[in-house]
Design a protein around this ligand. Structure first.
Ligand code: 5GP
Ligand code: ZN
Length: 137
């Protein structure tokens, strides 16, 4: 646990929260500034700064938990869809540097989240990108 990290304190129960789910590895809480009704966060109890730092076991468990929470929250809130968002790095919108996954129930016509503007794919560039990624796997 990182003493200076707000999500470490919430995940480990040092700061109390409305907890939707808890087990040995995770706590699921509501976001302080919800995008929609029920917007929640999956927090691992261990401190990992981001996706680059999280261990494989916790990463795998986090997505299984996201699936379980999405099903339960969709039923509970009668939502029409669901976004799972996970930001890494300041330029990608990360503001709290303890790995977390956003669980965002969506409601018809809520207009709650603005997505990216579609660019244009270039096949030569894509081939180059494939090469670069494969060199780094
Ligand atoms: P990020 O931008 O890093 O992906 O998401 C951080 C999220 O954490 C934001 O949506 C913000 O509203 C939420 N948040 C920040 N501080 C707190 C807090 O103290 N408690 C809770 N429940 N959520 C927080
Ligand atoms: Zn932390």
């Amino acid at each position: 646990m990182n003493e200076d990290c707000i999500f470490c304190k919430i995940a480990n129960g040092i700061i109390p929260s409305n907890t939707l789910f808890e087990d040995d590895d995770f706590r699921v809480i509501f976001d302080l500034g919800p995008a929609t009704k029920g917007h929640a966060l999956i927090l691992p109890k261990k401190h990992f700064e981001n996706i680059y730092k999280i261990d494989d076991d916790t990463a795998a468990k986090a997505f299984v938990l996201a699936k379980k929470m999405a099903a339960a929250m969709t039923k509970a809130f009668d939502s029409d869809g669901f976004n799972i968002i996970q930001n890494n790095g300041e330029c990608a919108g990360q503001t709290v540097f303890h790995f977390h996954m956003h669980l965002i129930p969506r409601y018809k016509d809520d207009n709650a989240i603005e997505f990216w503007k579609a660019g244009q794919a270039d096949d030569a560039e894509l081939k180059e990108l494939v090469k670069k990624v494969q060199e780094n796997l």
